[in-house]
Design a protein. Structure first.
Length: 539
C-alpha cells in the first residue's frame, strides 16, 4: 500500500475518536461500531428484508446478506444509514474518490442490495465542500429529499465547521437549500455527529464546538438551509457541562418537540461520563430535566453515550460504552425528568460484556414496537473486531433464550412381525423458558416400521404424520412428559435401521435432532410365513 493510502486509511479510521477524546488512546470500536449501527438499522427497519431466522444474514440481500461498494478511491466508509418510505436504503460516509481530499459519499441501494441506478451515478454520489469532509449522519425528509450532516475542514482557519447537504431524490444537490445544496456553520472548530428532522421540516444538527474547551453544539436550520433565528442565538446553541470535553454524538426529538442530545462530558483525560441535555423548542435548556436541563451518569472511568432513542412512554434510552479496566456496552434509561429509571437494569443502568479479547461498545440504539431495546456496536475478539448487537427486555435484562434438547431411545431389540416402543424426551437446557410458541416434534421411522400409536401427556399427536405439538412454556432445566411411539415391525424389515426425531419452536430458532440406531431380529414365524408351500408328491 502506498504511504498516502495508508495514511488516509488510518486518518479515516481514527480521526473521530482522536478528536473526541483528547489525551485518550483511540478506541478500535468507533469505525466498526458505526458500520454495526448500519447493519442493525437494516435488520430493524427494512421491511423488505426477510430473515430466515432472527439474527441470520438475509440471503436475498447482496451476496449472502452482505454488500460492499467501491467508490474508486483509496478508501470509503459508511457512518450513517436511513431507510426511505419505499424501503430503499441510503448510506452516508466519506470517500477520497477525487484525490487526497475526502468528500461526503452517499450510496443508495435497492431492497435486494443492488445499487440504485436512478440515484447519482450508478447509485453513488460524492460532494466536495472545498476541503476534506465527512458525512456521519443522515435523515430522509417526508418529501423524499435526503439530508446528510457531518463536518468540513476549513483550510483558511485550520478548523472544522458543521457541514450539511441536501439531495433531491435522484441524488442531485437541491439548489433550494443553502448555496447550491450545501450549508456550513461556524462554531469555531466544530462538527456535526447527529441530525434529526422536526415535524415542521426544520433540521436539527448536533455535535461539538471548541472554544477554550469542547462543548455540546446544536444548530437548527429552516427548510431552505438558513439558520433559524428563533433557536438559541442566531440559530445556534452551545452547552457547557463544566468539563474540558463535552460533545454530543446523537440527537433525538420527543413527541412534544423537545430536543434530546446525548454524548460525553469529562476532563478530556481519563475521566468521562454519559451526558444528556434537553432543550425546549427555542433552544433554551429545559429546567424540568435533570439539573438545569443537563444530566451526567457515571458507569466507570471513561464513559460516553453514542446513541439515543425515545420510547413511546417518553422515557429516554442512551447507549454507548463504559470503562472498567476495559470497555463494555453501556445503556442507561431515564425518566422524563432526567432521573435514572430504577426499573431498568440496576438503578437505571446496564452493562454487557461480550467476553472477547478486548473492548466492546455500543454506537447506536433503537426501540422495537414491542418495547425491546436493540443496541449495536463492536466487540474486539482474538481474530479482530466484530459487529456486536444486544437486545434487552423492557426492564433492561437481556432476554434469556431457551435451548431445546431431544432424546430418542428404546429398550432391547425389535423383532420382525412384532411391535416395538420408542421413547422421545424433549427438554430445555437453556437459561430461559420457552416462550409459549408451538414446540413441534417430528419422527421418521426406519424402513419396515409403521406407527401403531403416538401419544404423550399434554402432547397433541398425529400418528399418520408422526408429529406431536404443544405450546405450554417449558422452564429452563425441565423436561416435557415423554412421548411413546409404538411401531409395528414388518416381516420384511431389514436387520438394522435408525429412527430420527427432531424438535423445533418454543422460541429456540435451531432444529435439534436425535437418532436411535435399532437392531431388528429375524422371526422364524415370519420366515415360515414367507416360505413357499409345496404339496407332497404322491406316486
Amino acid at each position: 500500500m502506498a504511504m498516502s493510502a495508508c495514511f488516509l486509511d488510518l486518518l479515516f479510521a481514527f480521526r473521530r475518536r482522536i478528536r473526541r477524546a483528547p489525551g485518550r488512546q483511540p478506541s478500535r470500536n468507533n469505525r466498526v461500531g458505526a458500520v454495526a449501527a448500519l447493519a442493525a438499522a437494516l435488520v430493524l427497519f427494512c421491511p423488505g428484508l426477510a430473515l430466515a431466522a432472527p439474527g441470520d444474514l438475509d440471503p436475498t440481500f447482496g451476496t449472502g446478506g452482505k454488500v460492499t461498494t467501491d467508490f474508486a478511491g483509496e478508501f470509503a466508509g459508511a457512518e450513517g444509514v436511513a431507510v426511505q418510505a419505499d424501503s430503499k436504503i441510503i448510506a452516508v460516509g466519506a470517500s477520497n474518490t477525487t484525490g487526497i481530499d475526502i468528500d461526503f459519499a452517499l450510496a443508495r441501494y435497492n431492497t435486494d442490495g443492488s445499487l440504485d441506478s436512478t440515484f447519482g451515478t450508478g447509485g453513488k454520489v460524492t460532494t466536495d465542500f472545498g476541503g476534506s469532509q465527512y458525512a456521519v449522519a443522515v435523515a430522509v425528509q417526508a418529501d423524499g429529499k435526503i439530508i446528510a450532516a457531518g463536518d468540513t475542514y476549513v483550510v483558511s482557519d485550520d478548523s472544522h465547521d458543521f457541514a450539511l447537504a441536501r439531495y433531491n431524490t435522484d441524488g442531485s444537490l437541491d439548489t433550494s437549500f443553502g448555496t447550491g445544496g450545501k450549508v456550513t456553520t461556524d462554531f469555531g472548530d466544530s462538527g456535526a455527529s447527529g441530525v434529526a428532522l422536526q415535524a415542521d421540516g426544520k433540521i436539527i444538527a448536533a455535535g461539538y464546538s471548541v472554544g477554550i474547551n469542547y462543548d455540546f453544539a446544536l444548530a437548527r436550520y429552516n427548510t431552505d438551509g438558513s439558520l433559524d433565528s428563533t433557536f438559541g442565538t442566531g440559530g445556534k446553541v452551545t452547552t457547557d457541562f463544566g468539563g474540558a470535553y463535552d460533545e454530543a454524538f446523537a440527537v433525538a426529538l420527543q413527541a412534544d418537540g423537545k430536543i434530546i442530545a446525548v454524548g460525553a462530558s469529562g476532563t478530556g483525560g481519563e475521566e468521562r461520563d454519559f451526558a444528556l441535555a434537553r432543550y425546549n423548542t427555542d433552544g433554551s435548556l429545559d429546567s424540568t430535566f435533570g439539573t438545569g436541563g443537563k444530566v451526567t451518569t457515571t458507569f466507570g472511568d471513561f464513559d460516553g453515550a453514542q446513541g439515543v432513542a425515545v420510547q413511546a412512554d417518553g422515557k429516554i434510552v442512551a447507549a454507548g460504552d463504559a470503562n472498567n479496566l476495559r470497555n463494555f456496552f453501556a445503556l442507561a434509561r431515564y425518566n422524563t425528568d432526567g432521573s435514572l429509571d430504577s426499573t431498568f437494569g440496576t438503578g437505571g443502568k446496564v452493562t454487557t460484556d461480550f467476553g472477547g479479547a478486548g473492548d466492546s461498545g455500543a454506537s447506536a440504539v433503537a426501540v422495537q414496537a414491542d418495547g425491546k431495546i436493540v443496541a449495536a456496536g463492536s466487540s474486539v475478539s482474538i481474530g479482530g473486531t466484530d459487529f456486536a448487537l444486544a437486545r434487552y427486555q423492557d426492564g433492561g435484562s437481556i432476554p434469556q433464550q431457551p435451548s431445546l434438547t431431544i432424546g430418542k431411545s428404546h429398550t432391547g431389540d425389535f423383532t420382525q412381525g412384532r411391535q416395538g416402543n420408542y421413547t422421545i424426551l424433549v427438554g430445555n437446557d437453556g437459561p430461559g423458558a420457552t416462550d409459549g410458541s408451538t414446540v413441534t416434534v417430528h419422527d421418521t421411522l426406519p424402513e419396515g416400521l409403521t406407527a401403531a400409536d403416538l401419544s404423550g401427556s399434554g402432547w397433541d399427536c398425529t400418528p399418520s404424520t408422526l408429529t406431536c405439538t404443544r405450546s405450554d412454556a417449558l422452564p429452563a432445566g425441565s423436561n416435557y412428559p415423554p412421548i411413546t411411539l409404538k411401531a409395528d415391525v414388518s416381516c420384511k424389515a431389514p436387520p438394522q435401521g435408525t429412527d430420527t426425531a427432531t424438535v423445533t419452536g418454543g422460541g429456540d430458532t435451531a432444529t435439534h435432532t436425535a437418532t436411535d440406531p435399532t437392531t431388528i431380529k429375524p422371526n422364524k414365524r415370519c420366515q415360515n410365513h414367507h416360505r413357499p408351500h409345496h404339496r407332497p408328491h404322491h406316486l
